[in-house]
Design a protein around this ligand. Structure first.
Ligand SMILES: [Fe+2]
Length: 276
């Protein structure tokens, strides 16, 4: 199974100014074309939050238009820039967006993706009005219940805010802190959890976390500058948009490749280079 992960799309309403020099809507359109052209084509695309930049009127409509040509099944979760009602409205006709909170009290958008060899638990780490993430008791209890249902099945947990430090000091202050330790305990006691996939930092990071693979996807909209100093300025860079390709091999877990979006064609080596 091949899973593509795209994150932090930050789509704006037509005529609005994006946060950086980049046209984020055009970048998402390029990502959609890139995904459709991949060979082999991914089985599933996970969109790990911040689908829009606001929330502001017109953004989810613009998002729907740009995602319409995507020819691969996809699932979304909420980021701190999203609006849960807007997300529900946008994906109301898909059949997979939970419209009522039947199995979780509160306004959270949490659901399990069951249709593929790897099960994905989509968590909602959003705290309304805050850039910082959290998992409250109800969201954690839902996660524990879902994990208990299928303890043998390869499972990915996806949430917008990383529940772990990335070493990017400023961004680590905005991660999921409340509930992270409890989630870590669930992961540690669930050997079938392959990975915990996040977004939010706009910078690829990979680590080992509680016996599973922790991963933060780069952003489609723009990348945050790599700076591992203790008090880095918060800056973006001109590095390209990229997506992650997670290849699942039974027994081997997830193997992640970065796929930058743009014109990077493969070239044949010259005979001279081949012989060297
Ligand atoms: Fe973001």
């Amino acid at each position: 199974m091949l899973i593509a992960q795209i994150s932090d799309l930050h789509v704006v309403a037509p005529g609005s100014t994006p946060t950086t020099a980049y046209d984020t809507n055009a970048r998402l359109a390029a990502a959609v074309a890139h995904l459709n052209a991949l060979d082999p084509r991914p089985d599933l695309v996970l969109i790990t939050g911040d689908l829009i930049n606001g929330p502001k009127p017109g953004e989810y409509e613009a998002l729907a238009e740009i995602l319409a040509p995507l020819a691969i099944p996809y699932r979304v979760l909420a980021g701190n820039h999203d609006d849960r009602d807007g997300l529900r409205r946008s994906f109301a006709g898909t059949g997979w967006m939970p419209m009522a909170n039947e199995d979780i009290q509160g306004d959270f958008i949490q659901y399990a993706v069951e249709e593929f060899p790897v099960r994905v638990l989509m968590l909602d780490s959003v705290v309304a009005g805050s850039p910082v993430g959290a998992l409250c008791e109800r969201r954690l209890a839902w996660t524990a219940e879902r994990l208990a249902e299928q303890p043998e099945r390869p499972t990915i947990i996806a949430l917008h805010h990383p529940p772990f430090d990335t070493g990017l000091a400023f961004l680590d202050t905005l991660r999921c802190v409340e509930g992270a330790e409890e989630l870590g305990r669930l992961v540690r006691s669930s050997p079938n959890v392959l990975a915990v996939l996040s977004g939010h930092t706009h910078r690829q990071t990979a680590l080992n976390w509680n016996g599973a693979y922790g991963y933060v996807a780069p952003s489609i909209a723009y990348q945050i500058a790599l700076d591992l100093t203790p008090e880095p300025p918060y800056r973006w860079t001109e590095e390209p948009s990229a997506l992650a390709l997670h290849l699942y091999r039974p027994g081997a877990g997830l193997i992640t490749h970065l796929s930058p979006i743009g014109g990077y064609p493969a070239k044949d080596f010259s005979r001279k280079a081949r012989n060297s």
